[in-house]
Design a protein around this ligand. Structure first.
Ligand SMILES: Cc1cc2nc3c(=O)[nH]c(=O)nc-3n(C[C@H](O)[C@H](O)[C@H](O)COP(=O)(O)O)c2cc1C
Length: 355
């Protein structure tokens, strides 16, 4: 599939927020046959977009019209936070899957797009920008009102390190989202852990579950999804899942993989302090994403957990959607794929109708 980006990586986050998405055409309307369940909601499909590409209600509504039925509002915070400077996304020159033996390598990036969506892997770094809660709360109302029957809005929030009590800031953000009418809240646990200093919150069973417990308390009956990154050690993953299971309705992952990213001449690719390391997503992470999804499916079966599982990472085609569903996840989401192939859901639907 030839790339047809809706997000302009040559422009700032702010320009994309104000003017995007940049859609060249709309697909024809879909024929909806029967609804399926996700987190207790009747939805048209279990295909969606994870936190990231949908910057505000205009993006949510545009992708809803494109046939993505689970729509995650890009992560917001309890206080206005600016974006890192552009570029916020660059293409990686990496071919094939990234595996654990590649962790620690430096990857090379450029602004030159591969010719096919299937080959696209990118690095992204935004710093989780956020409007002031008043603004995003109003916008959640617009997003909710603008999507169709059988489509579900999910709002992603994050606590801000440096706040006195990080878990409380997560709970506050989640409460603000629920008060604004979010049908489902997701918390992004892949933010730096300021408590133990050993990587990200999601790798710490004790602290991550303290956050999910406090958030669940704050939002009551609103379903809670936790978003996690890759955990190499299966026994640590087992501990994280076990500790969070009592508090969560779904686990979503992967978030991006963290790598050092440089220009072809070896200099830092993304400008600014602290940005030598950035998140990698798209085709290259599908293998890790499927490995972890399978591990969580196995844990769920073994321990009879009742949470649902959202597979994310490297879904670039409708065949990849089916591959993930084949592993046993309840829903599948695509960020990079949907940014460069906005018709991905439409084609998935067409193929499903013909099966
Ligand atoms: C442009 C962009 C922005 C993102 N922003 C967020 C974010 O704000 N919060 C979050 O939890 N994940 C964010 N992500 C990560 C995605 O949700 C997803 O976990 C990751 O990109 C892997 O999926 P993919 O291979 O389909 O892109 C972002 C990804 C992209 C591409």
């Amino acid at each position: 599939m030839k790339p047809s980006p809706t997000y302009d990586i040559t422009r700032s986050y702010e320009a994309n927020y104000q003017e995007g998405p940049f859609l060249k055409e709309k697909p024809p309307a879909r024929q909806i046959r029967k609804k399926v369940k996700f987190l207790g909601f009747d939805v048209n499909s279990r295909l969606g977009i994870p936190a990231g590409p949908l910057l505000n209600s205009r993006w949510i509504i545009a992708y809803a019209e494109l046939g993505f039925d689970l729509l995650v509002y890009k992560t917001v915070r309890t206080a206005a936070t600016p974006s890192h400077p552009d570029p916020n996304c660059m293409f990686l020159q990496w071919k094939g899957p990234l595996t654990e033996k590649d962790f620690g390598k430096r990857l090379i990036a450029s602004m030159e797009s591969p010719s096919s969506v299937e080959e696209i892997s990118i690095t992204n770094s935004f710093g989780m920008p956020s409007r002031d809660p008043k603004i995003w709360q109003e916008d959640i109302g617009r997003a909710k009102g603008g999507i169709g029957d059988g489509q579900l809005l999910i709002v992603s929030v994050v606590g801000t390190p440096g706040e006195k009590d990080l878990a409380e800031d997560y709970a506050r953000a989640a409460r603000l989202a629920a008060e604004a009418g979010a049908p489902v809240v997701e918390i992004n646990l892949s933010c730096p852990n300021v408590v133990t200093g050993e990587g990200s919150v999601y790798t710490d069973p004790v602290f991550s579950s303290e956050i999910s417990r406090r958030v669940k308390q704050a939002i009551g009956s609103v379903p809670l999804i936790i978003k996690i990154g890759y955990i190499s050690d299966p026994s640590r993953l087992e501990k994280v899942v076990a500790a969070n299971a009592p508090h969560v309705d779904a686990i979503s992952g992967l978030n991006t993989l963290s790598f050092e990213v440089v220009n072809p001449d070896g200099t830092q690719a993304l400008p600014g302090k602290g940005r030598l390391r950035s998140g990698v997503c798209g085709a290259a992470i599908r293998s890790c994403a499927m490995t972890q999804a399978k591990r969580i499916v196995d844990l769920k079966q073994k321990e009879k957990y009742d949470f649902e599982i959202v597979g994310v990472g490297g879904v670039m085609t409708s065949a990849h959607v089916r591959e993930f569903l084949g592993v046993g996840v309840d829903a599948v989401m695509t960020a990079t794929g949907a940014m460069w192939d906005p018709f991905l859901a439409y084609r998935y639907w067409q193929e499903e109708a013909g099966r």
